[in-house]
Each structure stands twice: as structure tokens, then as C-alpha cells.
Design a protein around this ligand. Structure first.
Ligand SMILES: Nc1ncnc2c1ncn2[C@@H]1O[C@H](COP(=O)(O)OP(=O)(O)OP(=O)(O)O)[C@@H](O)[C@H]1O
Ligand SMILES: O=C(O)C1=C[C@@H](O)[C@@H](O)[C@H](O)C1
Length: 169
């Protein structure tokens, strides 16, 4: 297994925020699979979904994990919220390093992503219903992929970072 910290969890669970804070507090380098895909494709995730479809995006996520496996370690890898949908990704995540699942309640997701237009799966009405449905569909997959689950509701960024570092040996 490579020595990376891998962060998984729903949109808005804090993967980017926690990942960047880990980068500041350690000698590890932060990367984000959504950002790597945007850089590779030269456009935004919402444009990839609109122009080429979700299935195309999911293939890019799988390629991105394979590229990271071929790269150096000592990274904090933040992942797209749906990275676990393709179950072939689960063993890849585990090979990359220790997988931390940042668990969050649907209500907290809505509070955090209010007005955010960058998540194509959460556009339109009835967002709470959409979030609840997606979480129900994904719950088991996140748990299957995780080495460690952190319930993040009500915790500060530094508390979550502390828990991860305590556990990352
Ligand atoms: N522990 C926390 N407490 C309060 N607010 C937080 C916490 N962690 C993150 N946030 C806020 O929640 C929002 C979403 O966080 P972030 O972008 O890090 O999530 P994400 O998991 O990377 O989402 P996505 O996968 O959709 O990019 C941000 O505005 C961030 O400041
Ligand atoms: O939860 C999801 O399926 C997604 C989460 C984002 O991080 C992006 O990867 C994209 O918007 C899809």
C-alpha cells in the first residue's frame, strides 16, 4: 500500500478544506481528483457532465486513480464525491493509502452548499430529497471503501485534521 492520505465523502463533506489544512500541517502535497480532471480536460466538471455525460466523467475518475497509483506518494488525495460509484475504484483507493471517510448529514450538506452552482448533481429543486437519495445509494460504498470513518457534523476543521493525523501512522 502506498503512503497517502485518501479522503472520501459526499459533496460538501469538507474533503478539500481538510485536505488543504493537512497539507499546511504536514510535508504532504494536496491533490484533488476533480481538479486533476479539470486540468486534464481543460474545462469545468459541470461542462464535462453537460457535454460528454456522467459515464465519461466516471471513466476519467478511474483513470485518475490509476495515474496516482503510478505516481509518488506522500500526498493528501481529495476525491470526487461519487468516486465510489464505480466499485472498481474501491481497491484502487485502498492501494493508494489510508482511506478516511468524512461522514456528514444531508442537512449539513445543504447548509454548506447553499447557492453553490458547481455541483451538476445538485441543481434544481428538492435538493434535500436529492442529497438523501444519493446518500442512501452510496452509504454502503463509502463504508466499504473506508479504513476509518469520521463523523464530521459539529466538528471544527482542526478537530477533524487532528483525528486524521492521530490515526495516520
Ligand atoms: N468542519 C467544517 N465545519 C464547517 N464548515 C466546513 C467544514 N469543513 C468544510 N466546511 C465548509 O463546507 C464547504 C464545503 O467544503 P469542501 O469544499 O471542503 O467540501 P468537499 O468535500 O471538498 O466538496 P466537493 O467534493 O463537492 O468539492 C466549504 O464552504 C467549507 O468552508
Ligand atoms: O458526488 C458526485 O457524484 C460528484 C461530486 C463532485 O466532487 C464532482 O466529482 C462531481 O460534481 C460529481
Amino acid at each position: 500500500m502506498m503512503k497517502n492520505i485518501v479522503l472520501i465523502g459526499f459533496m460538501g463533506s469538507g474533503k478539500t478544506t481538510i485536505g488543504k489544512s493537512l497539507e499546511e500541517k504536514t510535508d504532504m502535497v494536496f491533490v484533488d481528483t476533480d481538479e486533476l480532471i479539470e486540468a486534464y480536460e481543460g474545462c469545468k466538471i459541470s461542462e464535462i457532465f453537460a457535454d460528454k455525460g456522467e459515464a465519461y466523467f466516471r471513466r476519467l475518475e478511474n483513470e485518475t486513480l490509476k495515474n496516482l497509483l503510478a505516481s509518488t506518494d506522500n500526498k493528501v488525495i481529495s476525491t470526487g464525491g461519487g468516486i465510489i460509484i464505480n466499485q472498481a475504484n474501491i481497491p484502487l483507493l485502498k492501494q493508494l493509502g489510508k482511506v478516511f471517510y468524512l461522514r456528514i448529514k444531508p442537512e449539513t450538506v445543504l447548509e454548506r452548499l447553499e447557492g453553490d452552482k458547481t455541483r451538476p448533481l445538485l441543481i434544481g429543486e428538492d435538493k434535500l430529497v436529492k442529497v438523501e437519495q444519493l446518500m442512501t445509494d452510496r452509504k454502503e460504498l463509502y463504508e466499504m471503501a473506508a479504513d476509518k470513518t469520521i463523523d464530521t457534523d459539529g466538528l471544527s476543521v482542526s478537530e477533524i485534521v487532528g483525528k486524521i493525523l492521530e490515526d495516520f501512522t
